[in-house]
Each structure stands twice: as structure tokens, then as C-alpha cells.
Design a protein around this ligand. Structure first.
Ligand code: AKB
Length: 332
């Protein structure tokens, strides 16, 4: 039986004076290496172990501990948590919205069965667990402008369904077994030196690369599609802040976080201020468009701001200047 007995649950004690021993799954996705960098600066390089089932590029391998870990291999997960004395786990393995629809069986395995393994191992060994959720956990019947923390959630993608499941299972394990589960609903995340893999908001990352390199961009969403977005450094800082927040400050375990909302047209206008001959064209992907239209235009993150002091740094003009500078575009 993998469900922890209640009396054995607190057997592994975690001293708050010690830095956490951190394990990150899905570490070669858009956010893992950046999160590892932030956590290593705070807790020490060797206290943060990045993992994935892919071969890491040299710069990742040289920046700190990396191990192979398949979240579908439960015995191996237990071995890692025990051998490396893990006290915090960040669970980033997941198939995103668009790629999930192209491979539902794999998305179900990774996003749902994999999550069950992670919940069980975290509960068994008293590990503080962060699982990212997403704007994709809302659906067409949710309030869209803004979407509050608590409302109807009826997503119609396997990604969204698996994330609602993760939110509910994490909260259930928290109340049933005392698992220290923490979860943020991320907007679309925009990063310069890492690529998202198969999401609906990916256009907002690719546009900067193409604007800087080619001066043109073909967008797969309609010009008027408004979605919540956030710069990666805000997202990673929010993740660390919610993990460090004293438990008594958390009135809930799943929070919306928000920074800005824009449409492709508004983003193109902001880029034009730096690259005056930039041109955007539209070739709409019906799958991504339908997904985007079922997602909120804006998230209400007032609970995160009130409970643990969440505050974003990057707005649209700062985001555009930072991304174009990174990509070497001559910005005004
Ligand atoms: C996606 O587009 O699937 C992700 C997300 C918003 O969760 N970036």
C-alpha cells in the first residue's frame, strides 16, 4: 500500500534551519534550469538536483547536479528521495496543452499517473511539494476576465483536466495526510534562453526570436486573442516565494498569479516601438485558437498578493525591452 499510514507520516523531520534538499522533475523544460539556478544561488549548488529523461546540454550538466529520473518509475523516485535526502520537490514534468491533445495517452500517463507517483512519494517522505498549475485549468464556462481562484473549472483539454486533477489531489493529500502541497496557476511564461514545448502561449516566446532575427513573425493565434502572460524571472521568484511562505500565511494551497495580459496585436505594437519595420502576419492554428478562447483573458491574483505578498516586476514594456535585448535586437 503506497498511501502513508498517518502515524508514519511525520517520521522524516525537516529542520527549517537547514537549507532544503531540492529535487526538480522535468528539469529540461522551459523552467527547470532557471529554477535550479535561482535555488542554487539561495541554497547552494549541491542542494539542488535537476532531473529529466533526456540528455542534458553541456551548460546544464556543468551548472550543478543532474540525474536521470523517470516519474513513471515509482521505485526509482523513492530511491532518489531517500538517497539524496530530498526535502523539497518541484514537479515540472508535464505535456503542455497543444502537444497533449496530439498525444492524449502519453499526456494521461505523464500528467496523471506521474503526478500520483509524485504525490505518494512526497507524502511518504514528508517532502514539501510544488506542482505548477496553469490558466489551462480553467475552461470556457469559467469567468474569463478575470478568473478568480475559486470558480467553475471545466477545461476540455487533457492538459487542463490533468491540472485540475493535480490541484484537487494535492489539496486532498494536504487535508487527508498533511502533505505540504503548494501550487500556483501560471500564466503563459515568456523566457529568452529556454523554449516552451508545445503550448498555446508559445507564440509569445517565438515572436521575440523571429522579430530580432528576421524582422517578421507568423502568429498562430488571432490578433485579438488576449491571454495572461508573465516574464520567467517573476514566475520563478513567485515559485520560490510561495515555497518559502510560512504555512500560516497560506489561506489556500492553489493560487492564481498574474502580471500582464495582452493580445498578439498589442505585443506586436510594443515590439514596433523598438523595431520600426517589424511585421506580424497571422496563420491561425484552429486547435490552439480554440484552446486559447477557452482560457481566461486575465487572472485575479488578489489572494496571492494579500496572503504572501506576491508582486510582479515585469510589465509589457519591460518584458519587450528585456527580451529584445537578450536576442540582440538593436532596441531604441
Ligand atoms: C501552454 O500554453 O500550454 C502553457 C500554459 C499556459 O500552461 N504555456
Amino acid at each position: 500500500c503506497r498511501i502513508p499510514a498517518e502515524d508514519s507520516f511525520h517520521s522524516t523531520s525537516f529542520s527549517e534551519a537547514e537549507p532544503p534538499r531540492v529535487f526538480i522533475t522535468g528539469g529540461l523544460g522551459q523552467l527547470g534550469a532557471g529554477l535550479a539556478g535561482l535555488l542554487r544561488r539561495r541554497f547552494g549548488k549541491d542542494n539542488v538536483i535537476l532531473s529529466d529523461i533526456k540528455k542534458p546540454p553541456a551548460h546544464v550538466l556543468h551548472s550543478g547536479p543532474f540525474i536521470y529520473a523517470d516519474i513513471l518509475d515509482y521505485k526509482k523516485l523513492r530511491e532518489i528521495v531517500v538517497n539524496h535526502r530530498i526535502t523539497w520537490l518541484f514537479h515540472y514534468s508535464a505535456l503542455l496543452s497543444a502537444v497533449g491533445e496530439a498525444n492524449v495517452a502519453l499526456a494521461r500517463d505523464v500528467n496523471i499517473t506521474g503526478l500520483h507517483n509524485i504525490l505518494d512519494v512526497a507524502a511518504e517522505f514528508n517532502v514539501r511539494l510544488f506542482v505548477p498549475s496553469t490558466i489551462g485549468a480553467f475552461g470556457a464556462t469559467s469567468p474569463r476576465n478575470p478568473a478568480p481562484d475559486l470558480c467553475i473549472q471545466r477545461p476540455r483539454t487533457i492538459y487542463g483536466v490533468s491540472k485540475v486533477h493535480a490541484e484537487l489531489m494535492g489539496e486532498y493529500y494536504h487535508s487527508r495526510y498533511g502533505l505540504d502541497f503548494r501550487c500556483l496557476r501560471y500564466p503563459g511564461i515568456i523566457s529568452a534562453d529556454s523554449q516552451p514545448g508545445g503550448g498555446t502561449t508559445d507564440y509569445a516566446v517565438q515572436i521575440f526570436h523571429d522579430a530580432a532575427k528576421k524582422g517578421t513573425f507568423e502568429c498562430n493565434l488571432k490578433a485579438s486573442t488576449r491571454l495572461p502572460m508573465m516574464y520567467i524571472s517573476d514566475c520563478l521568484r513567485a515559485t520560490l516565494e510561495v515555497m518559502e511562505a510560512p504555512a500560516e500565511r497560506l489561506s489556500m494551497r492553489t493560487y492564481n498569479i498574474s502580471a500582464m495580459s495582452f493580445t498578439p496585436e498589442e505585443l506586436a505594437q510594443a515590439i514596433l516601438k523598438h523595431i520600426p519595420d517589424f511585421q506580424i502576419t497571422y496563420c491561425v492554428d484552429p486547435l490552439r485558437q480554440a484552446i486559447a478562447e477557452s482560457w481566461p483573458m486575465k487572472l485575479d491574483d488578489s489572494n496571492a498578493r494579500m496572503d504572501w505578498g506576491w508582486k510582479h516586476d515585469f510589465d509589457l514594456p519591460q518584458l519587450v525591452a528585456t527580451m529584445l535585448t537578450f536576442h540582440g535586437a538593436s532596441t531604441r
